[in-house]
Design a protein around this ligand. Structure first.
Ligand code: FNR
Length: 191
């Protein structure tokens, strides 16, 4: 069965990005994919430093995250926009998992994988600049990013107090993004 790993670049309580990710996950599951939904808060990776890595090797939590990426065929990623780009939390996690250990191929966690990406922001652009930056990053490390990304603007008006997306049209689009990511991951991986 096709396996997708889903995570958001925000660990904030009531995160809008977590809300939109949940919908894409639903779409992928409805399309038959097995989806592992994680929070980066559970991994607590220190800020990457090559000196620490030389001394202690890859941090155990970063290794656990990398192993998860490696064991999935594709990813669903929802990113906030911080100062026109994706947040350090997301970049730090991606950087850690890009480090090669003995017996691994370069960028093994990312190469040949597919990703569906989305963003949500209370602002009018919906995080589209963060999406453009994230797309470039992922493509440069060998992950194919689906063209139908979604930036959700004015997210504060579309997510209720329980953290659920309430807008029908946005829900439909995000579910389709989850479905399309599952289908492409299945085609590419053969799983
Ligand atoms: C922001 N925010 C923001 N929003 C945006 O649309 N463009 C931006 O450039 C920024 N910059 C920015 C910088 C920093 C440091 C913070 C903390 C916030 C607002 C951001 O979109 C908002 O806090 C979202 O609610 C974050 O996403 P989650 O946590 O709701 O998923």
């Amino acid at each position: 069965m096709t396996k997708l790993l889903a995570f958001a670049g925000s660990t904030r309580n009531g995160s809008f990005n977590q809300a939109i990710l949940d919908v894409a996950v639903e779409g992928a599951r409805e399309a038959g994919a097995e989806v592992t939904l994680i929070s980066l808060a559970d991994f607590e990776m220190p800020i990457f430093n090559e000196d620490d890595e030389s001394e202690h090797g890859i941090h155990a939590n970063a290794k656990a995250f990398k192993e998860l990426l490696k064991s999935h065929d594709g990813f669903l990623i929802a990113t906030p926009e911080y100062n026109s780009s994706y947040p350090a939390l997301l970049k730090n996690a991606i950087d850690w998992a890009s480090r090669m250990e003995e017996g691994e191929k370069p960028l093994e966690a990312y190469k040949g994988k597919v990703a569906g990406i989305m963003a949500a922001s209370p602002g009018g652009l919906g995080g589209m600049r963060a999406l453009a930056a994230l797309r470039l990053l992922l493509e440069n490390i060998g992950t194919m990013v689906l063209p139908n990304q979604r930036s959700v603007a004015k997210a504060g008006d579309l997510v209720d107090d329980s953290g659920k997306l309430t807008d029908e049209k946005t829900t439909r689009f995000l579910k389709n993004l989850g479905r399309d990511t599952a289908h492409l991951a299945q085609k590419v991986s053969g799983n």
